[in-house]
Write a protein that binds this ligand. Structure first.
Ligand code: FAD
Length: 475
């Protein structure tokens, strides 16, 4: 019998669970991707780097499948309708997909599964996106973990070569359906337009992911230290590739795991970051209310009365809070769709604990802007920073933006790049230009003058945040 593989966030044709199983079991296998209007219609900005990234990656995948005698069928419409209709048209007996763990995606897949069953067909789902899913890592009493470190220890204890082995898709490619190749849909036909993605020199698709990995493996020894500094090329920049599945998590984890076993501390730390990713996927899976009801992970923190000043929120979004490290980070996000992990923590802490704005507002802004936006990791990161989530640290651990800046951008190199109006300040003053402005009585033609005065005073806001959390936690 024949089958259809429906790709979603797994835009590659090797080491791919659903594709592998379909090719192995069926005579002819079709492969399709849908630019889903249920998702696209919700995007406000029609210049969206993510759509361009997906479009480029789909185009590369289409060429790759064509060079192997098949094709990638690219559709534009409501996936929930298009997939059952295509399955009917192609007369396949089953549709194969890799599992998605977001509640909204689970509901979509259930609807597609039901439509297929009504036609006498099946939906076959596979684990592919994570190393361990759902209930594979639970506590001794069978409950999902709510704290990372014990989860990570259990994960590492279970990890072995079996779970990291690649699916040898290439061996079974003879079953790929031979069809007349169709031309690729143009980006503009989807109602979207080019962005500055190419100028960012972020390589797309499977080839782009492999290129970034090769580059990173040369630097992985230094990861442990270098990953903390936004001005240093210390991290992998692979998050967007993991988001859209242009590279397999098994390939990455396998490389890191082997190096870690051989004693490479950088690789061990990086593996731990990949485990954070698994951790948040399982949190999201077990707590659908996080996405469906926008609840706090710790329900007792659900209704903190944040002050939610819209003017302050706009200043934060636009990178004009008067705190150089925060502004540089937000401008990096706006200009490139990327933000360094250290800075995501700094700006998230600043929004919630200094500006006293609901973490959901920041989470939503990140969801619109981040190229690697992923509900599970983003929600997890925001709730961690707001102390409403999975964190072993209590709410009174509050980041000081100035000392974070001094510690992690000591020369001010990152600030200078994104806040050029401060470029002339020395490495000491650049972290706190308000000191310069007041010393000079705010009138001298100092570079600091073209820069906003700080919205708030950290020490005061910190006290207010402590009161807010302390007085309003429902136990
Ligand atoms: P590397 O340091 O090279 O890490 C390798 C991979 O590990 C990453 O690509 C990512 O898949 C995973 N990873 C690393 N840290 C984390 C983490 N804390 N949680 C989950 N996975 C992690 N990551 C996203 O992929 N999408 C998001 O929407 C997202 N939003 C975040 C929001 C906040 C407030 C915070 C604090 C963190 C967020 N992260 C998110 C996690 C992290 O910042 C990014 O994964 C990382 O900066 C991506 O850069 P990289 O690929 O170079 O990372």
């Amino acid at each position: 019998s024949d089958a259809l593989v429906w790709l979603r966030r797994d835009l590659r044709d090797d080491d791919h669970a659903a594709l592998y199983h379909a090719l192995k079991r069926h005579t002819q296998v079709y492969v399709a991707f849908v630019f889903d209007t249920d998702i696209l219609d919700g995007l406000k900005d029609k210049q969206d780097r993510r759509i361009e990234f997906i479009w480029e990656s789909v185009r590369e995948l289409k060429q790759s499948l064509q060079s192997q005698g098949g094709d990638l069928m690219v559709l534009h419409g409501q996936a929930q309708q298009e997939i059952p209709a295509l399955a009917q048209k192609l007369n396949v007996t089953a549709v194969y997909v890799n599992k998605d763990y977001e509640p909204v995606a689970i509901a979509r897949d259930e609807a597609v599964g039901n439509a297929l069953v009504a036609m006498g067909k099946t939906l076959q789902l596979f684990k592919d996106q994570v190393i361990f899913e759902q209930d594979e890592i639970v506590t001794q009493t069978g409950k999902p973990y709510s704290v990372f470190t014990p989860y990570k220890n259990a994960h590492l204890a279970k990890l072995n070569a079996f779970y990291l082995e690649a699916y040898p898709v290439k061996k079974y490619l003879r079953a790929l359906a031979k069809i007349n190749p169709e031309p690729m849909l143009e980006l503009e036909m989807l109602g979207f337009y080019r962005t500055n993605l190419h100028a960012l020199r972020l390589p797309t698709g499977m080839a782009g992911a492999q290129k970034l990995l090769t580059d990173f493996l040369d630097r992985i020894d230094d990861y442990q230290e270098a990953r903390n500094y936004p001005a240093v090329k210390g991290v992998s920049y692979l998050s967007v590739h993991l988001r859209f599945g242009t590279i397999s998590i098994r390939q990455l984890a396998h490389a890191a795991w082997q190096l870690a076993l051989a004693g490479n501390a950088g690789a061990a730390t990086w593996l731990s970051e990949l485990i954070w990713r698994d951790f948040y996927f399982q949190v999201c899976y077990h707590r659908p209310d996080l996405q469906l009801e926008r609840q706090a992970y710790r329900l007792e923190y659900n209704a903190l009365p944040f002050s939610n000043d819209t003017g302050w929120f706009e200043a934060w979004c636009e990178g004009r809070t008067g705190f150089p490290i925060v502004d540089a980070a937000m401008r990096q996000l706006n200009q490139t769709g990327y933000m360094h992990n250290r800075l995501r923590m700094v700006v998230a802490s600043f929004l919630t604990k200094d500006l006293l704005i609901d973490w959901r507002w920041g989470e939503q802004y990140f969801a619109e802007k981040l190229l690697d936006f992923d509900f599970a990791a983003n929600n997890g990161g925001w709730q961690w920073a707001a102390s409403t989530g999975c964190d072993a640290q209590p709410y009174f651990r509050i980041f000081n933006p100035q000392s974070q800046s001094e510690k992690f951008d000591p020369q001010g190199k990152f600030i200078r790049k994104y806040v050029p109006e401060l470029a002339a300040l020395d490495a000491k003053r650049i972290h706190a230009p308000w000191a310069v402005a007041s010393k000079r009585n705010s009138v001298v033609a100092s570079p600091a003058l073209a820069y906003p005065v700080p919205l708030v005073e950290h020490a005061i806001q910190r006290e207010q945040a402590l009161v807010l959390y302390k007085n309003n936690v429902k136990q």
